[in-house]
Write a new protein. Sequence first.
Length: 77
Amino acid sequence: MPLPPDKPQTDPPPAPKKANLLRVIWIVVSGFFMIGRNRDYGPDAPRISPAQLVIVAVVGAVVFVVSLITLVSFITR
């Protein structure tokens, strides 16, 4: 009885690349303004750690609030 043919070896899919700081900032900003494309968050998206996301979101929110306060104080002078 002949042996079944060997199954071809398939390489495991490559691990997603880790996101750099600018990429994380772009994803957070696009989330703030609800603009973004599916490819930014799809299966090919870079890997973002929760710590990166939280830190960039908090810093972004602080910068946004401070800029609004500065703008209002400048206008009301």
